[in-house]
Write a protein that binds this ligand. Structure first.
Ligand SMILES: [Zn+2]
Length: 472
């Protein structure tokens, strides 16, 4: 009998604000330790928090993107615990009255096809600081730059059934939030973190005891960590043992999970409403405005690219992976290029620079102009790719670059006739064989004319002239 794996994910994303959740300190990444701090985020006595309206707006957009019910009244609560990187001795979060509940996420599961799973809740909170164990030998340093950074925590229902499915869920979740403009969702910069709960059971049984896995720094490692934890639980139970509730940390180097030193067994955070913050009240007009400003989301954009633009499914997947790619593609189409040609340029030449620098090197109008030159035969596709590489290095008019590179195709009939005559004169034997019935020699002559022209002859213009001269 097989084991069924049950996985639920808790994802923390940093809301894309310039300042912190309850004070005006910047949220910029990579600053010198303890420079983005003030009395509020340091928890100094007498300092009072003021909620960041932009963080509330972004959290609401995120909740709307998942189709959650937004609660007109939610409450900021204090989650009390002691840790060196938490200067106030509590984290401001939301507990029994969160911003939003009851959403869904639809994505393609590697095992089960298109799948819709539940989003339990989305609530707002602030981040803690950071304990740095590797800066000062033998000591732990504390950096409070992150303390107070605005977060949305997105808790998913335990609807996922494999580590690969968990990874696909994360890809879709990230895509949705990036499209909605809620978060940059960069695991490297710490703006997206994942905690995973996993249990195993016999199909049809009630849920087994779950464990929590932390410290995974990429979606690939979330999958690896969950594979490892599933194997550990199966071995444990099949060996006659039982799973105990524990928090584990993933070691990417070894691919193994191991229990964290347990903080306290049963957490009692003694949540209570923060007396410094009134309930968060969102009126219907404001909520309607947020719904109206929600941009086109990935599913709608995919559907539009497939039906209205007639692109193949593979192209649609690549072009809609990030809103920046889709926007760039659409700008090329808007500049007059047909959708499939624009897709080929973006996926072929464009993504090369995007994957390295995060931006496209050539302006959409330039790509459109280049595509038009290929379409009307001014340059070959091969030559156009050389022009594109030049454009990536220095912005210029594609025609000027093509002229400088000497790749403008010659369509002038007089010039073509001259090259053809020279080629036929130089190859009397082949001419005789062609006239004797070896029709396939036409390819040989075209090649010779291209060679004689230095690659500049327009291949489409050569054949009729060849046939005229050979026929005579
Ligand atoms: Zn501050």
């Amino acid at each position: 009998m097989t084991w069924e794996t049950v996985i639920g994910l808790e994802v923390h994303v940093q809301l894309a604000t310039r300042s912190k959740m309850f004070c005006g300190c910047p949220t910029s990444y990579g600053e010198a330790p303890n420079t983005n701090v003030c009395p509020v985020c340091l928890g100094l006595p007498g300092a009072l928090p003021v909620p960041n309206a932009e963080a509330i707006r972004l959290g609401t957009l995120g909740a709307l993107a998942f189709g959650c019910s937004i609660h007109p009244v939610s409450v900021f609560a204090r989650k009390n615990y002691f840790y060196p990187d938490l200067p106030k001795g509590y984290q401001i979060s939301q507990f029994d009255k969160p911003l939003a509940t009851g959403g869904t996420l639809t994505f393609e599961s590697p095992e089960r096809g298109m799948l819709t799973v539940g989003i339990t809740r989305l609530h707002l909170e602030e981040d803690a600081g950071k304990s740095l164990h590797d800066r000062v030998p033998g000591q732990t340093a504390v950096d409070l730059n992150r303390a107070g950074t605005p977060l949305a925590e997105i808790v998913g229902d335990p609807d996922l059934r494999s580590p690969g499915e968990a990874r696909a869920y994360l890809v879709a979740l990230r895509q949705l939030l990036v499209y909605a403009g809620v978060s940059e969702c960069s695991m490297e910069e710490g703006s997206l973190r994942v905690d995973a709960n996993l249990s195993i059971r016999r199909p049809g049984d009630p849920l087994g005891t779950k464990t929590e896995v932390k410290n995974m720094n990429s979606f690939a490692n979330v999958e690896r960590a969950l594979e490892s934890e599933r194997a550990r639980q199966v071995a444990l139970v099949e060996g006659g043992g039982s799973v105990t509730q524990v928090t584990l940390t993933f070691n990417a180097a070894t691919g193994e999970v191991k229990p964290l030193r347990s903080k306290e067994d049963a957490h009692d955070y003694r949540y209570f409403p923060d007396p410094d913050l009134p309930p968060l009240v969102l009126d219907a007009t404001w909520l309607a405005e947020r719904s109206a400003e929600l941009p086109e989301l990935p599913a709608a954009r995919r559907a539009r690219f497939e039906s209205a633009l007639g692109l193949p499914a593979y192209d649609v997947g690549v072009l809609t992976a990030e809103p920046a790619i889709a926007d760039y593609f659409e700008a090329i189409v808007a500049a007059g290029t047909d959708p499939k040609t624009a897709a080929n340029w973006v996926m072929g030449e464009g993504l090369g620079s995007f994957s390295i620098t995060g931006s496209f090197a050539v302006m959409p109008a330039r790509v459109a102009a280049l595509a038009a030159m290929v379409a009307d035969g001014a340059v070959s596709l091969q030559a156009a790719k050389r022009v594109h590489a030049e454009l990536a290095a220095a912005d210029d008019n594609p025609r000027a670059i093509a002229e400088r590179l000497g790749v403008i195709q010659v369509r002038d009939e007089g010039a073509l006739e001259g090259w053809v005559a020279e080629v036929l004169a130089a190859h009397p034997d082949e001419v005789a064989r062609f006239r004797g019935g070896e029709a396939k020699l036409i390819g040989f002559f075209v090649g010779q004319v291209m060679k004689r022209s230095g690659g500049k002859a327009d291949p489409k213009g050569i054949q009729p002239i060849l046939r005229t001269q050979l026929g005579g």
